[in-house]
Design a protein around this ligand. Structure first.
Ligand code: TYD
Length: 206
């Protein structure tokens, strides 16, 4: 039977540098001969694209519960179609956002974060390691405003993101790490890579 792979999730507020770090980490692990699948949420499926369009639109008209249901439906498909098959082939899966995004973002809309987590843990495969990139919201938004091609999203309201960041900051767990993301991309990458390699060594034989 194939060895089960490893699921790594990167989390953090919009603008914290997750996508850049996910790509740098995937390349560094591939250079070491490891098989890596780089993926993200919202996904690139029709539902994932619909969610992204909604967030790029001018209004946030769905209720928090409706939003949560959409993200969870997208996640279920993500797990079935992408994550589970790659893990069954023994690959390392890096996902740019996973269920702690629902905990933090839909939790910041007033839903109970513990309940969101419990619902997701039942429906989705648990990540072996989740790294939350921590960056003050003002810095994260400043990084985003330096990205001209990116449409401002309804989810990028500073007061809302402060609440999202507070929930992220309070998350604790044996497979959860907080990493300071305020340094240069290369410095954050070095820290993230070393943390990941250390984890893979202790996880056994990857
Ligand atoms: P984002 O990572 O910004 O996608 P992209 O960079 O491709 O536009 O995700 C879009 C937004 O979706 C982001 O503001 C966070 C939000 N989100 C949630 O509110 N809940 C979730 O469960 C997920 C996965 C994302």
């Amino acid at each position: 039977m194939a060895k089960r792979g490893i699921l790594l999730a990167l989390e953090g507020v919009d603008g914290c540098g997750k996508s850049t770090q996910a790509e740098l980490l995937a390349s560094a692990l591939r250079e070491r001969g490891l098989e890596v699948v780089l993926t993200c949420e919202p996904t690139d499926s029709p539902l994932g694209r619909q969610i992204r369009e909604y967030f790029q639109g001018p209004d946030r008209y769905l209720s928090p519960k409706e939003e949560l249901n959409l993200f969870m439906a997208d996640r279920r498909e993500h797990v079935t179609e992408v994550i589970d098959p790659a893990l069954a082939e023994g690959k390392i899966v890096i996902t740019d956002r996973y269920y702690y995004s629902s905990v933090a973002y839909q939790g910041a809309l007033g839903l109970d974060p513990d309940r969101i987590l419990a619902q997701n843990e039942v429906l989705s495969v648990r990540p072996d390691l989740t790294v939350i990139l921590a960056l003050p919201v003002a810095q994260a938004l400043a990084r985003l405003s330096g990205t001209p091609q990116r449409a401002r999203q309804v989810s990028e309201d500073p007061a809302y993101l402060e609440q999202v960041a507070t929930i992220y900051a309070g998350l604790q767990g044996p497979h959860l790490r907080h990493l300071d993301a305020s340094d240069s991309a290369q410095a954050v990458h070095a820290a993230l890579l070393s943390l990941t390699l250390e984890f893979l060594e202790t996880a056994g034989g990857q």
